[in-house]
Write a protein that binds this ligand. Sequence first.
Ligand code: SF4
Ligand code: SF4
Length: 64
Amino acid sequence: MFLLTINKKWCKKCNICIDLCPSNALTSDEEGYPKLADEKLCTRCKLCELRCPDLAIEVEVIGK
Ligand code: SF4
Ligand code: SF4
């Protein structure tokens, strides 16, 4: 299981995480913040977390 958390105080809706996700697992929500489009597509690579210039997205893997 894993959690994908967006810190809305820091996220500036730049879409870098969405554009860089190699699995196309992210999309925008109705407010323009990133969210998972399909949890099954996410490989937990953490590229979104590593590339966010504002440290606003976190991928936390819980268990296996
Ligand atoms: S890269 Fe960071 S600041 Fe930009 S949309 Fe994604 S979470 Fe928000
Ligand atoms: S962890 Fe990787 S596959 Fe999952 S949303 Fe982030 S960039 Fe995409």
